[in-house]
Design a protein around this ligand. Structure first.
Ligand code: PRP
Ligand code: URA
Length: 209
């Protein structure tokens, strides 16, 4: 069974409150979503395996620790997931980046896939799928199903805000996936938006509304 972690770090919570505020402009929204992703990556990578390596400091030789194996692949769900990528890469600069393009049909709320390009060696990597919003869960479930076809070592999903409906759906469809959120909100409204949420993440990042 995968882990579910709601990150209550004060820095994450503080930045999330500014992010939610409707008066926060796109310019600041972009900076905040990247900073939150960076802080969440720090927490979500706590269990990465380490290996011993011999290094030489200016004083002596020592056995030190490094992360073992190939580094992660980060896969944003387009568009809004793009806003989180640089935050992850600030922490793990050698991570590879894949992209999955999905949008939610506004009538049916079903995800429609339009793009998928993943690193060739994804089968040898742990994958961190990022998207600011987990609403009905349809987009995350679909993206993770696509990635699983390529046999990655393990998958983690990271979002800023989850709705209980989306969290349950993702847990049920992919029980092996670890899920990290900065907040678990109250519910979805009749249009599939998270309440209280932050509105449309893609529009707020890219200023398209
Ligand atoms: C948003 C968000 C998620 C999805 C969540 O994307 O970024 O991908 O909705 O909703 P779900 O859990 O009900 O699937 P949207 O479809 O608005 O596309 P965009 O990122 O291109 O704006
Ligand atoms: N997608 C968003 O961008 N916001 C929501 O609240 C739900 C889905």
């Amino acid at each position: 069974m995968g882990k579910i972690m709601i990150m209550d770090h004060p820095l994450i919570q503080h930045k999330l409150s500014i992010l939610r505020d409707k008066s926060t402009a796109s310019k600041d929204f972009r900076i905040l979503i990247e900073e939150i992703a960076m802080l969440m990556t720090y927490e979500a990578t706590r269990d990465l395996p380490l290996t011993d390596v011999e290094i030489e400091t200016p004083i002596t030789i020592m056995t030190a620790k490094k992360i073992s194996g190939k580094k992660l692949a980060v896969v944003p769900i387009l568009r809004a997931g793009i806003g989180m990528v640089d935050g992850v890469l600030n922490m793990i600069p050698s991570a590879r980046v894949g992209h999955i393009g999905l949008y939610r049909d506004p009538e049916t709320l079903q995800p429609v896939e339009y793009y998928c390009k993943l690193p060739a060696d994804i089968g040898e990597r742990e994958v961190l799928v990022v998207d600011p919003m987990l609403a009905t869960g349809g987009s995350a479930i679909d993206a993770i199903s696509q990635i699983k076809k390529r046999g990655p070592k393990h998958i983690k999903f990271m979002c800023t805000i989850a709705a209980p409906e989306g969290l349950d759906a993702l847990k049920n469809s992919h029980p092996d996936v670890d899920i990290y959120c900065a907040a678990l909100d109250e519910k979805l409204n009749d249009h599939g938006y998270i309440v209280p949420g932050l509105g449309d993440a893609g529009d707020r990042i890219f200023g398209t509304k």
